[in-house]
Design a protein. Structure first.
Length: 327
């Protein structure tokens, strides 16, 4: 299926017309912003399977490679590979929070890799006096460079190099890096459609606990600037309301801390008690992200249905039920 055709089906909602479903849903207002999702089905439970698979030790290996930057510097990339690469392996760009070593995301990267993805996390260069806009531009450029250097990427796969599918590319970021990941499909900081950082090679993006931004006016006519499919995981009620019909998904999942008790994205050592308490939240976030990425990149409609069915679902270790919304 062509990428553009696949995106059109996803915008319509698992190949169904949202407009066609509306008359049967009197309790759902067709207003701008987040709406309860209408096509939940509970005939299978891939989410429970993922929770089990991702809660233990995941089967993945990690290595590093370097690629030259245009200014003569070297970009280091941390690569996490599935222990048993699938026949068609997707590629995920993992963007760390500002100033955080990608090694602090090994738990997240290994979980995603165990589901059949090659996960690449750049060691993003930072300059102390960079503005947020300059920092974002630098990170986007480095992510694009990784995709430009696909031969270097394939070299880390060895005999599995031919299994890498260039049509299955996604991004996932945490904290400040969440905005970079979303920017690669055309969502600017604060959920403003913005094609400045968009890269047509990236089909899906997940923003994990994105850094909060002041509310901003959003141009509802600019949705055509969004080039891929997006999901936000975190406190979606604290973010600006996305334009109606933009197709952005949101899952409300609220851990006690922005770094899951130090399990990812922290500059210091995690406290054992905090990490133990927050592990269910991180596992749930990984499972939600995997469902979405599998739906968009692997064209698994059952994963999309499972994601929609999570609305109101309670998860052991989480204080509040999950809430699923689609703009």
């Amino acid at each position: 299926m062509a990428i553009t055709h696949r995106r059109a089906l996803i915008r319509a909602g698992l190949g169904l017309s949202v407009a066609g479903l509306a008359p049967a849903l009197p309790g759902i207002a067709a207003a701008q912003g987040w709406m309860p999702n209408p096509f939940a089905r509970r005939d299978a439970d891939p989410f429970a399977t993922l929770l089990t698979e991702l809660s233990g030790v995941t089967a993945a290996s990690t290595t590093q490679f370097a690629t030259p930057l245009p200014d003569g510097e070297t970009l280091l990339v941390r690569a996490t590979l599935p222990a048993s690469p699938p026949e068609r392996m997707g590629l995920l760009l993992l963007v760390p929070d500002t100033g955080v070593d990608p090694a602090r995301y090994d738990l997240l990267a290994a979980g995603l890799a165990s589901q059949g993805y090659l996960v690449l996390a750049p060691v993003c260069h930072t300059v102390s006096d960079d503005t947020p806009a300059q920092r974002e531009h630098r990170r986007v450029a480095e992510c694009r460079l990784i995709l430009d250097r696909i031969l270097a990427v394939r070299s880390v796969l060895g005999a599995s190099a031919e299994r890498l599918d260039p049509n299955r590319i996604g991004s996932i970021g945490h904290g400040d890096g969440a905005w970079t990941a979303l920017g690669l499909i055309g969502w600017g900081r604060g959920l403003r459609p913005d094609a400045t950082a968009s890269d047509g090679r990236v089909s899906a993006a997940v923003g994990l606990l994105p850094g909060q931004v002041p509310p901003a006016r959003i141009d509802s006519q600019a949705v055509d600037r969004v080039s891929g499919q997006g999901l936000v995981v975190g406190r979606i009620d604290a973010l600006p309301v996305p334009p109606e019909g933009s197709g952005l998904w949101g899952v409300s999942l609220q851990p006690d801390s922005a770094n899951f008790g130090g399990l990812i994205g922290t500059l210091g050592r995690a406290r054992a008690d905090d990490a133990r308490r927050e592990r269910p939240a991180l596992t749930a976030a990984m499972a939600v992200s995997t469902l979405y990425l599998d739906w968009v990149l692997k064209e698994r409609n059952e994963s999309g249905r499972a994601l929609a069915a999570l609305d109101g679902r309670t998860v052991e270790g989480l204080v509040r039920p999950l809430a699923v919304r689609k703009a």
